[in-house]
Write a protein of this length. Structure first.
Length: 415
C-alpha cells in the first residue's frame, strides 16, 4: 500500500469501528438488566391511605323522590239557591281556616221566607180539605150500612175522593219541606274543617244556583304524589290493594319529607297510603301517594304551614337489610371493585352490591369482618402497592401474622 492510499482507507475504517462499538454497548445494556428485589421497596414509595375496619351492620334503605303538596279532599263551594250575597264571613277570605258547620256566606232570604209562608198556607188548606173529605167518606159508609144493599163501590164510599185529598196533603207537606230547605240554603255553611284556597264572590254580588263561591280544601290531611322507578319499587313493601280486602294501616311505609321555607328546611312525617293503578307510559315510573296527617294542627308545632303546590323532597323508607357491609361510595371503583389493605399492601377485590345510593354501596357477601377497606381513591395500577393505613387518624402497621394493629408503642408485659 502506498502513502497515497492511506487517507482513503481511514475514511472507511473509522465509521466501522464506531458501529461495532455502538452494537457492543447496546448488546451489553440489553443483557445486563437489573433484577428488582421484591423483598425491599425503594424508600419514599409507600403510600398513605385512609381506611376503615369492615363490620356487618343493619342498613335502612331510603328511596329519594320529590313531588308537590296537594289536598287530599278539595271542593268547589257552590250556591244552591239564587239571590244577592248580603253577608260574608271573614273565614271565607283566601287562606283563612274554618271548622265544619261554620257560617261562611248569607244570601238574601226574603223571597224564600215568602215561599215558605205560601207553602205552609197551602198545607193548612190541604189539611182542611182532608178533614172534610174524611168526614164525608165516613158518612157515606154509615149511610150504605143503613140503606144500601150488597157491596158498595169505592166511588159510593168516596174512597177515590179521599185518596185525592190525601195526595194533595202530602204534596203540600213536600212544598213546605222544599221551601224550608231553600231557606236553609241561603245560609252557606262549611261542609268540613278546611281552608279557603280561592274566593270567587263578594258582598252585593247576585249569584244563581250553581255559581262557584270559593275553592276550599280539607285540612285533616294533605297528599304528595311521588314517582319511583322499578329499581326502587323492588325495595319497598307497597300497600297493594286487593278486591274486598283492606290494607293494614300499621304496615304502611313511612316517609320523611323535607320542605324548604326561605333558607330553612323543615321535616315532616308521612306514610304511603295507596299506589297508582298504572305505570306512566312516558317515564316508566309508578307513583305512590303519601299522606301527611293534621299538617295544620297541634302536631305542626312552630313549623310554617305546608302550602298547596309547594315542592318537597322525600325519602321513602324501604326494606331494612341485615348483616351487610356499608361502604362509602367513594371507596368503590367504577368496575365494582374495592381496595383492601392486606399485610401492608393494597389488594383489589370485586364486589357484588345489593344496593347503592348517592352516599353508600351495600354489600352482603365477598367481604369479611375485620378487613381494612381503603377509602383513598387510587388508580388502576395500585394492586400490590405498599401502603400505610390510617383508621380514624391513627396509623396502623402490619404485624407478622398480617393483621393490622395500631402504630402506638407496644405495651410492656405485666410482672
Amino acid at each position: 500500500m502506498t502513502a497515497d492510499n492511506k487517507p482513503g482507507m481511514g475514511r472507511f475504517i473509522l465509521p466501522a469501528v464506531v458501529l461495532l462499538a455502538s452494537g457492543a454497548a447496546a448488546f451489553w445494556i440489553t443483557t445486563q438488566k437489573p433484577v428488582a428485589d421484591r423483598g425491599q421497596e425503594p424508600r419514599g414509595t409507600t403510600l398513605s391511605v385512609d381506611a376503615k375496619t369492615l363490620a356487618r351492620q343493619p342498613y335502612q334503605i331510603e328511596l329519594p323522590s320529590q313531588g308537590l303538596i296537594r289536598p287530599r279532599t278539595e271542593s268547589k263551594l257552590v250556591a244552591q239557591v239564587s239571590g244577592a250575597v248580603v253577608e260574608m264571613s271573614e273565614k271565607l277570605r283566601e287562606g283563612a281556616f274554618f271548622e265544619a258547620g261554620d257560617l261562611l256566606l248569607s244570601i238574601d232570604d226574603r223571597d224564600y221566607r215568602a215561599e215558605l209562608d205560601i207553602a205552609e198556607a197551602g198545607r193548612v188548606e190541604a189539611s182542611l180539605k182532608l178533614a172534610e173529605e174524611s168526614a164525608r167518606s165516613e158518612q157515606a159508609g154509615r149511610d150504605w150500612k143503613s140503606f144500601g144493599q150488597g157491596a158498595a163501590s169505592d166511588l159510593v164510599l168516596r174512597k177515590p175522593q179521599l185518596a185525592s185529598v190525601q195526595a194533595a196533603q202530602r204534596s203540600a207537606e213536600a212544598r213546605v219541606a222544599v221551601a224550608r230547605l231553600k231557606l236553609e240554603r241561603t245560609q252557606v255553611r262549611a261542609p268540613y274543617a278546611g281552608r279557603v284556597q280561592k274566593k270567587s264572590v263578594d258582598v252585593g254580588q247576585v249569584v244563581s244556583a250553581g255559581t262557584v263561591l270559593a275553592d276550599i280544601y280539607a285540612v285533616d290531611a294533605l297528599e304528595i304524589r311521588l314517582p319511583l322507578d322499578g329499581r326502587a319499587l323492588a325495595q319497598i313493601d307497597l300497600p297493594e290493594p286487593r278486591r274486598g280486602k283492606a290494607v293494614a294501616r300499621s304496615n304502611l311505609p313511612k316517609v320523611n319529607i323535607a320542605a324548604r321555607h326561605g333558607d330553612a328546611t323543615h321535616l315532616w312525617q308521612g306514610r304511603v297510603v295507596r299506589v297508582d293503578g298504572a305505570i306512566d307510559s312516558a317515564t316508566r315510573q309508578l307513583s305512590i301517594v303519601v299522606q301527611v296527617d293534621d299538617p295544620y294542627g297541634a302536631g305542626a308545632g312552630n313549623r310554617p304551614p305546608l302550602k298547596i303546590g309547594q315542592f318537597v323532597e322525600a325519602r321513602v323508607m324501604g326494606r331494612q337489610l341485615k348483616d351487610v357491609f356499608v361502604l362509602p361510595r367513594k371507596a368503590v371503583r367504577q368496575d365494582d371493585s374495592v381496595l383492601l389493605v392486606e399485610k401492608g399492601r393494597l389488594r383489589v377485590r370485586k364486589i357484588n352490591p345489593v344496593w347503592r345510593d348517592a352516599e353508600n354501596v351495600v354489600v352482603a357477601e365477598g367481604l369479611q369482618p375485620g378487613e381494612l377497606l381503603s377509602l383513598t381513591p387510587l388508580g388502576a395500577g395500585s394492586d400490590g402497592a405498599p401502603v400505610k393505613a390510617r383508621v380514624d387518624g391513627v396509623e396502623l402497621k402490619a404485624n407478622i401474622g398480617g393483621k393490622a394493629r395500631s402504630g402506638q408503642p407496644d405495651a410492656k408485659p405485666a410482672h
